[in-house]
Write a protein that binds this ligand. Structure first.
Ligand SMILES: Cc1cc2nc3c(=O)[nH]c(=O)nc-3n(C[C@H](O)[C@H](O)[C@H](O)COP(=O)(O)OP(=O)(O)OC[C@H]3O[C@@H](n4cnc5c(N)ncnc54)[C@H](O)[C@@H]3O)c2cc1C
Length: 312
């Protein structure tokens, strides 16, 4: 059976940064890219807040550069999805694509997070035909059209403002009678003339023969004045948060209610020695490329320490 001193799961900023540090420390890491090579940043265009790029950088370019940098130092970057793990033994066992098992002295989990959906059957029915969880990726297809954004937090406001620059009209469908977003984001939304906020509305279904042409909503659900509302839209954008990709680790590692892997505060160390968690999968607060990269660096340094302390 193949064995490695350091196995990294995930190819976002956390995984590749861990791979850069681990390979420079001569750990000869193996990194599995997973189902989304390059991670979440490959779904966006311009990144303006990653330090070192005064003019911004394309998300795909940044991730290609990180991959190259990791490979240049010797990281073994591979295609494949980790489908199960066994952290009850040392070395740990990791199964790739349900077929191949690898043993690893240390494991760095950098599996990130995925967009959340409402759970309506219509979201699947119209996937790629009007339903999207990424305004930056798909907004272009809805130029001069009417769209809706679901959610009331900062992300929903950002997506609505972005879409308002492209589309004719943007509805924000908000369950509560207020926005959860920061004051500055609320102000920007309120000041955007082609955004209309539908407070206290829930989506119950989508309509359309060839792709989405509308959404069925319920206003003030469960109240005496409950009302059914139909809006005509071509695009339905989800902006209700993300789910950490931690399911396969849950039998071994503690997570919070949402599924974020718990680490010792300020470190990437989990409750299992030799297993580390970095990036969005363990970060319910910051969820940024630079914080993910920073924690990937910490995870590789901790992996190196664990190996040397245990003579591995
Ligand atoms: C549209 C959009 C725009 C954004 N814009 C910015 C921005 O401008 N600035 C900023 O700082 N941040 C931005 N972010 C947030 C940023 O993308 C994330 O904080 C960052 O990508 C998190 O990095 P990560 O390495 O933790 O995980 P991710 O980037 O989520 O990558 C996770 C990786 O894990 C892999 N993976 C998952 N499960 C498995 C498995 N079982 N086996 C193997 N691999 C697996 C995936 O394939 C993926 O490669 C944006 C996010 C989105 C969605």
């Amino acid at each position: 059976m193949e064995k490695t001193r350091c196995l990294i799961i995930g190819s976002g900023p956390a995984g590749f940064t861990a791979a850069i540090y681990a390979s420079r420390a001569n750990l000869q890491p193996i990194l599995y890219e997973g189902m989304q090579p390059g991670g979440q940043l490959t779904t966006t265009t311009e990144i303006e807040n990653f330090p070192g790029y005064p003019n911004g950088i394309d998300g795909n370019q940044l991730m290609d550069d990180l991959r190259k940098q990791a490979k240049n130092f010797g990281a073994d970057v591979r295609w494949g999805v980790v489908t199960s793990v066994d952290f009850s033994i040392s070395p740990k066992k990791i199964v790739i694509d349900e077929t191949q098992t690898i043993e690893a002295d240390t494991v760095i989990i950098a599996t990130g997070a995925s967009a959340m959906y409402l759970g309506l059957p219509d979201e699947q029915k119209y996937a790629g035909q009007g339903v999207s969880a990424c305004a930056t990726c798909d907004g272009f297809f809805y130029r001069k059209k009417d769209v809706a954004v679901v959610g009331g937090g900062d992300t929903a406001c950002e997506e609505a403002i972005y879409l308002a620059g492209l589309c004719n009209k943007v509805y924000m469908i908000v369950r509560k009678n207020y926005l959860r977003a920061s004051t500055i984001m609320q102000k920007r939304v309120m000041e955007t003339p082609n955004i209309e906020i539908l407070f206290e509305h829930n989506t119950v279904g989508l309509t359309g023969e060839n792709g989405v042409d509308g959404a069925d909503l319920i206003k003030r659900k469960g109240e005496p004045d409950e009302e059914r509302v139909h809006i005509a839209i071509d695009g339905f954008f989800l902006a209700i948060g993300h789910k950490p990709n931690s399911d396969i680790f849950k039998p071994y590692l503690e997570t919070d209610q949402t599924g974020y892997i718990k680490t010792i505060p300020g470190t990437p160390c989990t409750s299992i020695p030799g297993v580390f968690a970095a990036g969005d999968v363990a970060d319910p607060v910051y969820r940024q490329a630079i914080t993910a990269a920073g924690s990937g660096c910490k995870a590789a340094i901790e992996a190196e320490r664990y190996l040397s302390q245990n003579g591995l």
